[in-house]
Design a protein around this ligand. Structure first.
Ligand code: SF4
Length: 252
């Protein structure tokens, strides 16, 4: 892979913010290295998010005095699940591709005039989270970079500033920013979608108990399409183990 070096400065800095602790550490890094006027907090609502997330985005942006944007795919997770009739998995991770990557790229492309000619895009992966993340480059050229000057001049570098940090320091940095920790960390190890395909079953069970309203339509989709949440793990079965009775108005 091509070795990419960061520029000395950028016109704009996008922090891919999920309200989770790693993106909070990434935001801390951005604020340490750039004036807040250059920073954009970009949050992608997949449609499978905690109800509190929008207000956390507003509160973070308001407290730090930075610009924010919330992006939503017109179909959302459920609409895409109904269209594809299959859950995403590690080989076909359509949720991330459509609900996060593509809408972010579209937003960058349509807002080049606001972002200037040099844009830095920041995400909060850490190497110790998984073998895949361990191999990620610290810097690469983002796909929104214009290859010719026909439509203008625009370079976007994708930087992962917290790759070598440990999770504990992410919490510490959030504290230094005066930001509250997302309430899901009281009982989960990671802040992801409420029914993330990668979360341990016990975490999904916890979310079923605490946020059942997010699961009704997912259960319905699973029953209707006969394709389970994970290979060999059904949300319906997990619901029966966790909450016993299926919701009375479950329509198949
Ligand atoms: S958090 Fe999980 S379910 Fe949500 S978009 Fe990412 S991989 Fe997909």
């Amino acid at each position: 892979m091509e070795q990419v070096k960061l520029f000395g400065d950028y016109d704009s800095v996008i922090v891919n913010y999920s309200t989770g602790i790693d993106s909070t550490g990434t935001l801390f890094w951005a604020l340490q290295n750039f004036p807040k006027e250059k920073i954009w907090l970009v949050y992608c609502d997949t449609g499978l998010e905690y109800d509190i997330n929008d207000s956390l985005v507003w509160a973070t942006a308001g407290r730090l005095g930075i610009k924010w944007v919330i992006l939503r795919h017109e179909k959302g997770f459920l609409g895409l699940l109904e269209h594809r009739q299959k859950w995403p998995d590690s080989k076909n991770r359509w949720c991330t591709a459509y609900l996060k990557r593509d809408i972010t790229e579209k937003w960058i492309r349509t807002n080049r005039d606001k972002l200037g000619q040099r844009c830095l895009y920041l995400t909060g992966e850490r190497r110790d989270e998984s073998p895949r993340r361990a191999k990620l480059p610290a810097v690469e050229v983002h796909r929104t970079t214009l290859k010719t000057t026909r439509k203008g001049v625009f370079t976007c570098h994708w930087h992962r500033p917290v790759l070598d940090f440990e999770k504990g320091s992410m919490f510490e940095q959030g504290k230094r920013l005066g930001l509250p920790v997302h309430p899901c960390y009281e009982y989960l190890g990671r802040c992801s979608c409420v029914a993330c395909i990668f979360m341990p079953d016990r975490y999904a069970a916890e979310n079923m108990k605490r946020h059942p309203q997010h699961f009704y339509k997912l259960l319905q989709a699973e029953l209707r399409y006969g394709h389970t949440w994970k290979k060999g793990v059904s949300l319906v079965e997990l619901w029966k183990e966790t909450c016993e009775e299926l919701p009375a108005d479950l329509v198949v």
